[in-house]
Design a protein around this ligand. Structure first.
Ligand code: PLP
Length: 373
């Protein structure tokens, strides 16, 4: 039995990744003009049943462009979960919009229809749906509300490659839906992101925003400021190979979840991920743990003790309404979201990468048991 450190994430790149990368080098196609870009965009779009995929440099920029492209007015409000990554709030703030945060469900850690309903004001124009850690948001009631009120939907599916909601793929629900290809995501390109949409005009606009808003007729005359957010053919080559193996990836993730569950079944003091709801089976993007209130230490201390035992962990997200940078800008002052505040302090995740061995899972679970004993 090895006693090496168990890293929180290690990707698996043992499909066609090397072959496709070698093809890029052999043919000299390394820039964003290369043929893997189209292939990757089409494979991502078709996996989610969408018309268009627009590849970009990362999932955060995907959100920036997605929010920007909707053309909302300065001061318009966008509802977001408070329990999410900063990229969500940053995209809204940078577009001159106002993020309005909502609390999450204590079992699934996702935003809820009750939270969204309570956050709607006369200035609400859009809802950013962010699926957290392994289970999708319970979408149907929120989408219905958005449709009735004419709100746009931005769906952040960064953690949901291969996941479905009532049988339909995550990434198929937003006016714009985004993905990340960071190495801990189910599809990785090292760094990378994608925006999916069915709207032809929006797709053109996103492609233009990604490419500095160069104009087809007079390239260096600009009507609008864009970004250089172009992905390289090298990244897309990895992405094509990663999408090919996505079903297997999802199987491995679910197996990791089941193994942790079996090791931790009778362990007291923790809340484990919900294995399934009536709309989805957990895909275990990460295997999250929340310490019960009777455990006399918090997540930070638990992670320190696990690191001493050679187990890599990551803390849960820190709430948007508690972010110093956003508060200094005057956003979300005086908000309290007790469920998210609690899990941010008592939650963390165990090693969850695709290359994790059964032995590493057993050792991680054993270490957790020991620190709780
Ligand atoms: C990873 C992630 C992002 C950001 O993606 P990057 O590619 O790291 O910029 C955005 N939203 C969610 C929910 C994520 O998990």
């Amino acid at each position: 039995m090895t006693s090496a450190f168990v890293p929180v994430n290690t990707p698996l790149l043992d499909g066609n990744e090397a072959e496709y990368l070698a093809e890029c080098i052999r043919t000299g196609w390394i820039s964003s003009e290369g043929p893997f870009i189209k292939r990757f965009e089409e494979s991502m779009a078709s996996a989610a049943g969408r018309r268009h995929g627009i590849s970009v440099t990362n999932g955060s920029v995907a959100l920036d462009l997605a929010v920007h492209a909707l053309g909302l007015e300065p001061g318009d409000e966008v509802i977001i979960p408070t329990f999410t990554i900063i990229s969500c709030a940053a995209a809204i703030v940078r577009a001159g919009l106002v993020p309005v945060a909502v609390d999450c469900d204590p079992a699934t850690w996702n935003m809820t229809i009750e939270g969204v309903e309570a956050a709607v004001t006369s200035r609400t124009r859009a809802i950013m749906l962010v699926h957290i850690y392994g289970l999708p948001v319970d979408l149907a009631p929120i989408i219905e509300l958005a449709r009735n009120r004419g709100f746009k939907i931005i769906e952040d599916a960064a953690e949901m490659h291969g996941q479905t909601y009532r049988g339909a793929p995550c990434g198929s629900f937003g006016d714009v839906s985004t993905f990340s290809f960071y190495p801990n995501k189910h599809v990785t390109t090292g760094e990378g992101g994608m925006i999916l949409t069915d709207d032809d005009a929006l797709a053109d606009r996103l492609a233009s925003l990604r490419n500095l808003c160069f104009q087809p007729q007079q390239r260096f005359i600009h009507e609008e400021l864009g970004w250089n957010a172009r992905m390289t053919n090298l990244q897309a080559a990895l992405g094509v190979a990663q999408v090919e193996r996505l079903p297997r990836t999802v199987e491995i993730k679910r197996r990791i979840g089941r193994l942790y569950d079996s090791h931790l079944e009778n362990v007291e003091g923790i809340r484990r991920p919900v294995p399934r709801t009536n709309y989805a089976d957990n895909i275990y993007w990460v295997y999250g743990i929340v310490l019960n209130d009777d455990v006399p230490f918090d997540a930070k201390e638990a992670m320190r003790r696990l690191a001493e035992k050679g187990i890599g962990t990551r803390p849960f997200f820190w709430c948007m309404h508690e972010q110093p940078v956003l508060r200094r800008m005057g956003f979300m002052l005086n908000e309290r979201h007790p469920i998210a505040e609690r899990i941010a302090r008592r939650g963390f995740y165990l090693p969850s990468g695709l290359a994790l061995t059964e032995d590493e899972i057993a050792r991680s679970a054993q270490a957790l048991k020991e620190i709780l004993a």
